[in-house]
Design a protein around this ligand. Structure first.
Ligand code: ATP
Length: 194
C-alpha cells in the first residue's frame, strides 16, 4: 500500500503486507488506525464520519507544527492477482483513490480512470470489500460478542459468503411468485375463452 498526503502520512509511505501476519505497532496517535482507514478509503468508503472526519476532504494532510497542509491525498493498493482472486485479467492489480482540495475524487484501476462502482465491483465476492469482515474495528469485536444468536449467525453467513446466495434465492423466489401470478391470470383468460 502506498500512501501520500493521507491523514498523518504527509510523505510518500510504502507499507508491504507480505504473506502471513503484519503487525503494526506504535505509540498512541502515531497513525495505526489511519492505515486501516486508508484501506477502507481506497476501496470506496463513502462515509467521512466513519473515517473520523466531518468532510471527506478531512483525509488530506492538514498540516503540522513543521509542515504546511497539502492539497491532495492519494492511496494505492497493489494486489498480487496471479491466482485471479480478483475478477480482473492481470497478474497485478492496483487501485488508486485520489482526493483534491476541491473535494473531487478520482479512482484508477491499473492507472486507468474508472468509476467508484467499478472499484466496488472488483471487490465483490472477494471478501475484502470495505464493508466486509476483513477489517474488524475495536468496537465491532464487542458488538459481535454481545450480539444475539440471530445477529451473530448473520455475521458468520456474511463471512462465509452465504449472504450473497441468500439474496439470489430471495430474488428467485420473488420471480417465481410473479410467474405464478401471471400463470393464474393466463389460466383465467383461457377459461374465459373456452
Ligand atoms: P491509538 O493507539 O490512540 O488508537 P493510532 O496510532 O491508531 O492511535 P491514529 O488515530 O491512526 O493513531 O492517528 C491519529 C493521528 O493522525 C493524530 O495525531 C491526528 O492528528 C493525525 N491526523 C488525523 N487526520 C489528519 C490530517 N488530516 N492531517 C494531519 N494529521 C492527521
Amino acid at each position: 500500500m502506498i500512501l501520500e498526503g493521507f491523514k498523518s502520512f504527509a510523505d510518500k509511505t510504502v507499507i508491504d503486507f507480505t504473506k502471513g501476519i503484519t503487525g503494526i505497532v506504535g505509540p498512541n496517535g502515531s497513525g495505526k488506525s489511519n492505515i486501516t482507514e486508508a484501506i477502507r478509503w481506497v476501496m470506496g468508503e463513502g462515509s467521512a464520519k466513519s473515517l473520523r472526519g466531518r468532510n471527506m476532504k478531512d483525509v488530506i494532510f492538514a498540516g503540522s507544527q513543521f509542515r504546511k497542509p497539502l492539497n491532495r491525498a492519494e492511496v494505492t493498493m497493489v494486489f498480487d492477482n496471479r491466482d485471479r482472486e480478483l475478477d480482473f485479467s492481470a497478474d497485478q492489480v492496483s487501485i488508486t483513490r485520489r482526493i483534491l482540495k476541491s473535494g473531487d475524487n478520482e479512482y484508477l484501476i491499473n492507472q486507468q480512470p474508472v468509476r467508484l462502482r467499478d472499484v466496488r465491483a472488483l471487490f465483490l465476492d472477494s471478501g475484502i470489500s470495505q464493508n466486509s469482515l476483513a477489517i474488524i474495528s475495536q468496537g465491532r469485536v464487542d458488538q459481535i460478542l454481545n450480539s444475539q444468536a440471530r445477529e451473530r449467525r448473520g455475521i458468520f453467513e456474511e463471512a462465509a459468503g452465504v449472504l450473497h446466495f441468500k439474496q439470489q434465492k430471495q430474488q428467485a423466489q420473488r420471480q417465481l411468485e410473479t410467474t405464478n401470478d401471471n400463470l393464474i391470470r393466463i389460466n383465467d383468460l383461457v377459461n374465459e375463452l373456452e
